[in-house]
Write a protein that binds this ligand. Structure first.
Ligand SMILES: NC(=O)c1ccc[n+]([C@@H]2O[C@H](COP(=O)([O-])OP(=O)(O)OC[C@H]3O[C@@H](n4cnc5c(N)ncnc54)[C@H](OP(=O)(O)O)[C@@H]3O)[C@@H](O)[C@H]2O)c1
Length: 313
């Protein structure tokens, strides 16, 4: 049993706080879905710390605007915008094929949440599982060589959510073909899958110097929450700013405390408590990780299933 990672940071710290003193000069980072919200702030702070950052987004115009805004405050040559639609296999392949050289930090941040009606991608996959999980599996797998060639090892960050506590991955029905569609269950399943993928990456690729962790950014009023009434859905004292939310990804990506650490789940910038039942209090939900989301056997099974589904499409 490995001991939990502790840190001096908590829920109120920002991405700038958790990366203070870290020099990312010479590092290259990709942040998916960074044309808005938590991803844009993550990209900004990584660039501010000296990294060369690529904003990978399905709306290239919006990505270019964010890149220009970030570039106005750091070296514009180090901030790039690139097209990436995670539900489009061709788009993912084009992005990965165009990547040249090593990749030190991959922040799998893009996501959709609680789509009100059952929606499928072009391959028939449920849209939240397809976007949040399968698209990132496809992208990360295609970038394996670039990650493996990072000189000091590479880190992958899976932006999960405390929402994962509302459903495990239902392996026999990830696409809601046998059970009634439920927006929260679908989001939860996809976020459990993201946490399990961090475990699977570390299991398979730690020998290549690649580790991955999952994070919960907390509750932040971004565009993501448009289907659930925005920040009003979260008690006031539990809401975070975008700067605080982005601390989760930046902490997992750059903190020296996490050197060589993988397959863990962090919330409020500390390792979450592993639970066997969903806590009742919202405060406790926000600092818990379901055991099923970190289960090595589940991670292995999901890796196999995900690659089988990707091969089929
Ligand atoms: N906000 C919260 O309270 C909260 C809580 C827990 C976890 N999270 C997680 O944090 C991450 C970032 O969310 P956010 O709150 O910053 O929301 P956001 O502002 O809506 O950002 C989500 C990003 O994902 C992109 N995206 C969606 N579908 C995509 C696709 N098919 N291909 C590529 N990009 C796609 C969106 O692009 P478009 O602009 O084109 O739609 C957007 O840039 C998500 O993974 C979310 O689940 C958020």
């Amino acid at each position: 049993m490995t001991s939990p990672v502790k840190s001096p940071f908590g829920r109120h710290h920002t991405a700038e706080d958790v990366s203070e003193g870290v020099d990312l000069t010479g590092k290259r980072a990709v942040v998916t879905g960074a044309s808005s919200g938590i991803g844009a702030e993550t990209a900004r702070v990584l660039a501010e710390r000296g990294a060369e950052v690529t904003i990978a987004a399905r709306r290239p115009d919006a990505a270019a605007v964010v890149a220009a805004q970030i570039g106005a405050h750091s070296d514009v040559r180090r901030v790039h915008a690139a097209a990436l639609d995670l539900t489009d296999r061709t788009s993912v392949a084009q992005f990965a094929d165009a990547w040249d050289g090593p990749l030190d930090l991959l922040i799998n941040n893009a996501g959709v949440m609680r789509l009100p009606d059952l929606t499928r991608d072009a391959h028939g996959r449920e849209m939240q599982f397809a976007t949040n999980h399968l698209g990132h599996v496809d992208l990360t797998t295609r970038l394996h060589g670039a990650l493996a060639s990072a000189s000091d090892g590479a880190r992958v960050v899976m932006v999960s959510s405390s929402g994962h506590l509302f459903s495990p991955v239902v392996f026999d029905d990830v696409d809601f073909r046998f059970r009634p569609y439920d927006p929260l269950a679908a989001y939860a399943q996809s976020k459990t899958a993201e946490a399990l993928f961090a475990v699977a990456i570390t299991q398979r690729w730690a020998g290549d110097g690649i580790v991955a962790n999952a994070v919960d950014p907390g509750a932040i009023a971004t565009r993501l929450q448009r289907h659930v009434g925005g920040s009003l859905a979260t008690p006031t004292h539990l809401r975070k700013t975008v700067q605080q939310g982005a601390s989760a990804s930046v902490f997992a990506a750059v903190s020296p405390l996490l050197h060589g650490v993988g397959g863990r789940y962090f919330a409020d910038n500390v390792e979450a408590e592993i639970v066997d039942a969903r806590p009742a209090a919202p405060e406790d939900i926000g600092r818990s990780a379901a055991r099923y989301a970190l289960d090595p056997d589940g991670a292995d099974r999901l890796w196999t299933l995900s690659h089988r589904l990707l091969r089929r499409s």
